[in-house]
Design a protein around this ligand. Sequence first.
Ligand SMILES: [Zn+2]
Length: 216
Amino acid sequence: MKNEFIFLGAPASGKGTQTKKLAEDLSIPHIDTGGMLRTAVADGTEFGKIAKSYMDQGKLVPAEIVVGIVRERLHKSDCNNGFILDGFPRSIEQAEALEKILGEINNNDAKTLVVNIDTSEDVLIERIINRRSCKDCGAIYNIKFLPAKVAGICDKCGGELVQRKDDTEGVAKSRLETYKMQTQPLIKFYSDKNILVNIDGNREVDQIYEDIKQNI
Ligand SMILES: [Zn+2]
């Protein structure tokens, strides 16, 4: 059985942490499309060069470029036993393109499941505004949920802990609003196909992970 996972989750939902852990446990690749785009640009691949020309002008990278990068990635042999997509698709157009790609690479033993980490806006905002990161090593803390041993000082390197400029309530709210607008159509798209499972994201990382494992 080939297990293909698509993860949906707002900023601060813990999607990155959960997908990396699951990929490791299942020994399948974790495909982070944001990271892939940056790698393609850094490596100067054909798609990377085109993407860079848009980014240099401050424009959004067109959907077909992102789709091209995902297609190349999913055709690689390490995806033969499945994979986890993190950050793609972000629109119905991309979801339809993904179906085509899966049609190219799959035979009958593939099972696609969409996992939606569903977290309330209040919880997400609490997590975002209490987040602090180390100026020197980048380690992430949270005043409420993951405090440093000594307030304001990094456990790992002794560096100063600071709040990112965009981790304020106002910015967080507008990012979450954008996320909601992008994602609601996708939730409907996948619910209608009966391949979506909702996971309550208003909990501790380990509880969420256990729940994911039981639902897949
Ligand atoms: Zn540090």
